[in-house]
Design a protein around this ligand. Sequence first.
Ligand code: PHE
Length: 353
Amino acid sequence: MSDALLDRIAAASDLTELDSVRVALLGKSGEITARLKSLGSMDPGARAAEAPKVHALREKVTGAIAERKASLEAAELESRLATETIDLSLPAPETVSGTVHPVSQVMDELAEIFADLGFSVAEGPEIETQWYNFTALNMPEDHPARAMQDTFYLEPRTPGEEPYVLRTHTSPVQIRAGESHGAPIYVIAPGRVYRSDSDATHTPMFHQVEGFVIDKGITLGHLKWTLETFLKAFFERDDVVLRMRPSYFPFTEPSAEVDVGWSIEKGRRVVGGQQGWMEVLGSGIVHPRVISNVGLDPDEWQGFAFGCGIDRLAMLKYGMDDLRAFFDGDIRWLKHYGFRALDVPTLSGGVGA
Ligand code: PHE
């Protein structure tokens, strides 16, 4: 009897089946329950003989059901684990809807182009001291050049403290990188800069990339070659022509403003050729005082530096004409001008991706 019951329990192939067996044996009108009930109507002698058997049987059956239940549950978990695996090497579903902002794209392109020329990427804070933003760059307090840029000054946190500024250019990274790295150094520093200025071609926050080199025997020739190589790679054309005009920046001597030649193609103004010129960056040979300010001997080390508007580069390359739209966060603009997240610029694949 007991073996037959145990066989029924063992034969239950899932939890539902096992539960019907349990009900059939131990439920209100189950077989074992009926035998327990029948003990009441037995005479004492028969009951004394029968009761221990029925109780033992109930014990055994209850234990067997619990055991079977545990093993069925374990098997079910095993099979779920086996079927619910995720293959992490499969490609992601094509539902990605975010895009890479053209400014980020151009920054990646710049990093890629300059990495190929042996430059690394340096960074500095956007909230800057006046020393780094001005003084160390050869603009002492009374220097008229401080008024060249419309600076945002921050409220001092303690009375009498010199106000911090929102950096007005990426040039303070020249000083920070020079101080922490020493010479020779080849870096670019892309990032946000701030000036109190706002119209169709100016926004209070915009982006620049600084180029900064210190080494021995650096000349204007190195500067011009570097800029030419960079702009040809960036605009992906060999007919990019540069024109350097003498200019003035306190931190470079001599200084040059650099124009790039443009021409009209299919009714659009594009970089390349020389139908006209437009200014794209400021540059020069690093002023000896700046070299001393980063702790180096200007008789031993020379350098060049340049600063270029990144938003402007993006507009010229990708054909947007209103700078303000860059920072409106309009999803339609981003969908139109943004880049797919996985289109990482590489020199071999074309930096324009
Ligand atoms: N910092 C200058 C500007 O913002 C650009 C520049 C950088 C010029 C480096 C010369 C050298 O206008």
